[in-house]
Write a protein that binds this ligand. Structure first.
Ligand code: TYD
Ligand code: MG
Length: 453
């Protein structure tokens, strides 16, 4: 009898091992290895041998003779900012992945897109493996999706869905979600690497063959990685992340991979009783409830190519027991620890026996290095009980030496601050503008401007 060989494949990153282990050596995920039957040696060998002899020479053509396939074949989503994120709408024949935590609003957003696209006279199909027709209908009614051209099917079969995409003559198909799909030929559970990558491949092939735009929903884990396999991100054309607070606050959609556009844009949404709404003037909304207490600093940040004013709040309390606690919501904790170390060393502020909490208002996540100065000033303000003048915004990167470094797009940050009625910006000294109060290092910034009790 031939012994069947098996491999252990990580369900998170897709790497495979000869032996089972509790933790994947490649990505460090715990308990993610699953046994899979490997192709036999004879099969592998014959495939290799075939590849070596039976290929034929490719017919390559000059790049100048090729017609670009992207001309007027995009579907508008009904959200101007989301269209920009996608590079001008959803391209026919493309496959996009919308990834986000459960409950963030993926199904809602896609149903709204379906409503818009079908109302514009396109044939649209919404396939759900998660919800019944009745549930989806309830949401559709609430969101005003009433066109006859919008079809619904409930299915968890990758094969059936691929076939429908290929032959249904739809312009747009939504698959909600990839983690619920499976192929009968594969024995592993839905959501595993082999199910997701094979279903994904079938759907992608069907989409390309029929010129249908497909949007696949993918759930992510709390840590923000795609639940189940990361492999899907490599297969699709566009990967959009839906991030933010599940319970109110702003939600952002940004492209982390886009074969047809840039990945710098971001669309900002808010959940209302009739679905998601684009937030047109986020700075104003973010600042509307502000109280100027100590520990509160307004920072001018950039989201994509868009300037945004956000409030950063710090709370500094004496540590009652054990190690001091440092917590950040909306900001990287490692970066916070570095900034606290810089503050202690370069400004002689004593923080080793203080609990420090940072909050970025509105559920936003800051990935902007220009937040450094605002975070430092917020901590210093909270620690000293002093306030910054409330007509001043702050931006700048802080180096380990306590020096203030220049950041991208200072003019756009300044323009946004002016627009919202601020008088000055504390910013790197390299910027030549009358609006800017230039600072060279952290210490002088605190000494000079942190003076109102
Ligand atoms: P949903 O789109 O189902 O999230 P996901 O598909 O990402 O899991 O719904 C997200 C939440 O939004 C849900 O808890 C209910 C809420 N919601 C509204 O507040 N208003 C609405 O109009 C709709 C449709 C949903
Ligand atoms: Mg859903």
């Amino acid at each position: 009898m031939v012994k069947v060989k098996s491999r252990f494949v990580c369900q998170n990153c897709g790497s495979s091992f000869a032996k089972w282990a509790g933790r994947c050596e490649n990505c460090g995920e715990w308990n993610s290895l699953l046994e899979q039957v490997a192709p036999t040696e004879a099969e592998a060998k014959s495939a290799l041998a075939k590849g070596a002899v039976s290929g034929k020479k490719l017919q390559a053509v000059s790049i100048n003779t090729i017609e670009p396939s992207d001309s007027g074949s995009r579907l508008g989503t009904g959200f101007a900012d989301l269209d920009t994120v996608l590079g001008g709408g959803i391209l026919l024949g493309s496959v996009s992945l919308l990834a986000g935590q459960p409950g963030i609003g993926k199904s809602t957003l896609l149903m709204q897109i379906c409503a818009h696209v079908s109302a514009a006279g396109h044939k649209v199909l919404y396939v759900s493996g998660e919800e019944s027709a009745g549930q989806v209908k309830l949401r559709a009614v609430r969101l005003g999706a009433t066109s006859d051209l919008l079809h619904f099917a409930s299915s968890a079969s990758g094969n059936d869905i691929a076939k429908t995409i290929e032959e249904g003559g739809y312009d747009l198909v939504i698959v909600d979600s990839i983690q619920t799909l499976s192929l009968a030929e594969i024995s592993s559970a839905p959501g595993t690497v082999s199910q997701v990558s094979n279903c994904g491949n079938l759907i992608i092939r069907a989409a390309k063959a029929s010129g249908t735009a497909v949007v696949i929903v993918g759930h992510v884990t709390k840590e923000g990685t795609l639940a189940g396999p990361k492999v899907l991100e490599h297969l699709v054309d566009v990967v959009c992340n839906f991030e933010g607070d599940r319970y109110g606050g702003f939600k952002t959609v940004r492209a982390v991979k886009n074969r047809f556009g840039s990945t710098t844009e971001v669309a900002i949404f808010e959940m209302a009783d009739k679905g998601l709404k684009e937030v047109k003037n986020p700075s104003e909304a973010l600042l509307s409830e502000r109280q100027n207490t100590d520990g509160s600093i307004i920072m001018a940040t950039i989201e994509g190519t868009r300037p945004l004013l956000v409030e950063i709040q710090a709370l500094v309390n004496p540590t009652n027991f054990g190690y001091p606690k440092r917590t950040a919501s909306g900001f990287d904790l490692n970066r916070l620890n570095i900034l606290i170390a810089v503050l202690e060393k370069r400004t002689k502020l004593s923080l080793q026996d203080k609990d420090i909490f940072i909050n970025v208002v509105g559920g936003l996540r800051l990935n902007d290095s220009a937040a450094d100065l605002a975070i430092c000033m917020a901590i210093a303000s909270a620690a000293a009980g002093r306030k910054l003048n409330d007509k001043i915004v702050v931006f700048g990167e802080v180096g380990l030496g306590g020096e203030i470094r220049s950041v991208i797009a200072p003019d756009r940050r300044i323009a946004e601050a002016k627009k919202l009625g601020f008088d000055h910006a504390i910013a790197p000294a390299t910027i030549k503008d009358k609006f800017v109060l230039p600072v060279k290092d952290l210490r002088s910034a605190l000494v000079k401007y942190m003076n109102n009790k």
